[in-house]
Design a protein around this ligand. Structure first.
Ligand SMILES: C=C(O[C@H]1C=CC=C(C(=O)O)[C@@H]1O)C(=O)O
Length: 462
């Protein structure tokens, strides 16, 4: 282990204009695994941890504790509020000389206009944190940043206490390593709004036939009960082992863990380049390679799915048109195959205009027609009217940004909310004029599978 850099800054102004102090120290370590680090933070930081891994598996993030939180419930200002507070916090901090920059991690709810229901009552419409201890694993190296943000002077004693805590957590993570966990035991699974869901599909297809919208994504939920409180590290370990080809994420908030394994990138920004993906249109995997290829070919030629997909491509392309000096979009979709499902997939990339930021891109892109519909405003109204649940963070943007403005957000689908001995799982699908309630219902079952498996649950056909 070797200590690299520490910096203290007394010139910061926070929102109420009082001076805040910002202390950062980065430690570079040769070997440190993410989930053992997450677990080692349980004693001091349970309820204030997060986990993130990108699809390519070359960037992993774990946060323990909240050195600084940024929340917003302002319907139309939440992205700018987060952006402004983050910039304000970093003003004057010489982060460029740090081996590892401070990172802000968090999520936005799907729709602040829907209101918050019981299961989501702990969450704001924007929930972000700079971790007290932030682990970044990239290029096969691990970095632990320790952050203190305080209105008072930061004492030497405070710093050494926190660094001792950091060293203890690292030690525990290294000596204990990755645990093997037994799957949680589900004792009850219910579908709270099955009839309402089926009815909503008929209502929405009628409204689409009536010309009120072109496409609307409708979701539903499953509820699970367990014999006992389920350990968040267990759940994240199951997802980590079972869903290697997806974005993996977990965000604690008090007694809640929102977690998932999403195939879908909303946007990533690196050195002024932006990358997004259009993912919409789905079919199951085949048991044999031949059957799987035949299903894939069917999807690539299916008019309904191609149409659902095209709404997403058109909308994401027009966002890139507005924010980029140049961009590329392939002419036709390809297949994205993940464990339980195959999707139509079109990657989009471009060079951002000067001054355009990742949170501006998130605001522009969310929700794409893969999660909302087309046209956006009308589809959102119909989701508010017909969908029999509150999505909370499901289908919202989740991810991170650093001090220089690079970052990445996934669309938080294939996700669930764990609350001690209960969990809620969410899945939806694109509805167009000729959608059938029963086949949409079956498609959502496939989309529940990743979370159900991680939580020890099963569908009837397994
Ligand atoms: C809404 C979900 O998936 C979206 C993303 C990919 C494919 C979709 C589809 O084919 O319907 C959905 O638009 C979900 O997984 O809950």
């Amino acid at each position: 282990m070797n200590h690299k850099l520490s910096t203290t800054n007394d010139d910061l102004k926070n929102t109420d204009q009082s001076t805040v102090r910002f202390y950062i120290e980065t430690l570079e370590i040769d070997r440190l695994s993410a989930l053992p680090f997450f677990e080692a933070g349980e004693k001091s930081f349970e309820g204030m941890r997060y986990f993130w891994q990108n699809r390519e598996k070359n960037f992993t993030l774990v946060g323990l504790g909240n050195a600084y939180t940024i929340e917003s419930n302002e319907e139309n200002q939440r992205y700018t509020n987060v952006e402004n507070q983050w910039k304000q916090l970093l003003q004057g901090v010489d982060y460029e000389n740090l081996l590892q920059q401070p990172i802000l991690f968090g999520s936005f709810t799907f729709d602040p206009k829907k209101g918050v229901s019981d299961e989501w009552s702990n969450f704001s419409h924007a929930n972000f944190a700079l971790a007290t201890h932030q682990l970044v694993i990239r290029n096969e190296k691990a970095y632990v940043n320790t952050h203190i943000v305080s209105k008072q002077n930061i004492s030497e004693e405070q710093i050494s206490k926190l660094l001792a805590e950091r060293d203890e957590i690292i030690h525990q993570a290294q000596v204990k390593g990755s645990k093997t966990y037994a799957k949680p035991v589900v004792n009850k699974m219910t579908e709270p709004f099955k009839e309402e869901y089926l009815k909503s599909i008929s209502n929405v297809t009628d409204a689409i036939k009536d010309g009120q919208a072109d496409k609307v994504v409708i979701a539903r939920s499953l509820a699970l009960r367990f014999d006992e409180k389920v350990d968040p590290t267990n759940v994240l370990t199951q997802v980590y082992n079972e869903q290697p080809e997806s974005y993996l994420f977990g965000q604690e908030n008090g007694e809640n863990l929102f977690f998932g394994a999403s195939p879908e990138r909303l946007v990533s920004v690196k050195d002024g380049q932006a990358y997004s993906s259009c993912i919409a249109g789905s079919i199951k995997r085949g048991a044999t390679k031949e059957h799987d290829n035949a299903l894939g070919a069917e999807l690539l030629n299916d008019a309904k799915n191609l149409q659902e997909h095209q709404y997403v491509v058109d909308m994401i392309t027009s966002s890139f048109e507005d924010t980029c000096s140049s961009y590329t979009v392939p002419e036709s979709p390809q297949l994205l195959k993940i464990r339980d499902i195959q999707h139509l997939y079109t990657p989009v990339e471009g060079y951002l205009n000067d001054g355009a930021t990742i949170l501006q891109m998130v605001e522009k892109l969310h929700p794409t027609p893969a999660l909302g519909g087309a046209p956006r405003g009308k589809a959102m109204e119909m989701i508010r009217q017909y969908e029999p649940m509150n999505r909370g963070i499901y289908a919202g943007p989740i991810g991170w940004l650093n001090a220089e403005g690079d970052g990445e957000f996934a669309v938080a689908i294939r996700s669930a909310l764990l609350q001690k001995d209960q969990a809620y799982l969410y899945a939806g699908g694109g509805i167009v004029a000729d959608s059938e309630p029963q086949s949409e219902y079956e498609e959502t079952l496939v989309k529940f599978r990743p979370m159900l498996r991680a939580l020890g649950g099963k569908l009837n056909d397994e």
